[in-house]
Design a protein around this ligand. Structure first.
Ligand SMILES: Nc1ncnc2c1ncn2[C@@H]1O[C@H](COP(=O)(O)OP(=O)(O)OP(=O)(O)O)[C@@H](O)[C@H]1O
Ligand SMILES: [Mg+2]
Length: 235
């Protein structure tokens, strides 16, 4: 069973501590929802996991293998896939060309098209012509063609209509049900919690919640306090 495990992580940006003493686990078959207000450090955390930015201290392990000092390419090879915030399609290329950009010789596109049959019909269409939702499908599909063990998706839903977000959420659930470990950073907290297993809330670089999604769905006032850091009450 795949397990991405992070211990006592410290990450700085421009010399300022942004991630402070974070523990985090993402397990195979589960969606781990990572929440937090703007600037809390969600993107920084994902970027440090995929190796885009270095960590100052702490450990990142995938199934017992230390990733902490590996380059991004080696982490991807180990099975870690990162859909970066704001990542888009190559608009001049067709859907299929986009999916093949980083495709390993021994991989194929079957799972990508199984996940999004919509894209099969749009195979030969230049992705610049696709809707925003379809483009996001291409971005997600492209990130799974090499069959990663962990996929981390940063702000999948920004700018998309709720019905499309629902469609994407269903696909993300399917990835987890197929055995992937999914890390989902999401503005639509309610939608993400509804499909998630574990929830984490980051506030100013510290993890202030680590528990079930269900508890937060049933206590929106608590979620609100966790986001805003109302120190007057226990979260
Ligand atoms: N390239 C950078 N250089 C210096 N500081 C940065 C850089 N990127 C982000 N920061 C700072 O790091 C902190 C965390 O930012 P980060 O983008 O990780 O937050 P986030 O939770 O992803 O926010 P959002 O919800 O807006 O995407 C913020 O204080 C931000 O200003
Ligand atoms: Mg972000």
């Amino acid at each position: 069973m795949t397990n991405l495990s992070i211990k006592a992580l410290e990450v700085d940006r421009s010399g300022i501590p942004v991630i402070r003493g974070v523990d985090f686990v993402a397990a195979s078959g589960e969606i781990s929802v990572l929440l937090g207000s703007n600037g809390a450090g969600k993107t920084t955390l994902l970027e440090s996991l995929s190796g885009i930015i270095p960590v100052r201290a702490g450990a990142i392990e995938l199934d017992g293998t230390a990733l902490t000092r590996l380059r991004p390419g080696a982490r991807a090879k180990a099975g870690l896939s990162h859909v970066e915030q704001g990542r888009t399609v190559f608009p001049e290329m067709t859907t299929e060309e986009n999916l093949k950009v980083a495709l390993h010789p021994d991989a194929d596109l079957r799972e990508a098209y199984d996940l999004f049959p919509e894209l099969l019909q749009r195979r030969t269409v230049r992705t610049g012509m696709l809707s925003g939702g379809e483009q996001q499908m291409v971005v997600i599909a492209r990130s799974i063609v090499n069959r990663p063990r962990v996929i981390m998706i940063d702000e999948m839903s920004s700018g998309l209509a709720p019905v499309i977000v629902g469609r994407l959420m269903k696909a993300v659930r399917q990835l987890a049900d197929n055995g992937m470990a999914v890390v989902l950073v999401e503005q639509f907290a309610a939608l993400a919690l509804a499909i998630g297993n574990r929830a984490y809330v980051l506030r100013r670089g510290q993890m202030v919640y680590d528990g079930g999604c269900e508890e937060l769905i049933q206590d929106p006032a608590r979620l609100h306090r966790l986001y805003l850091g109302d120190t007057g009450q226990a979260a």
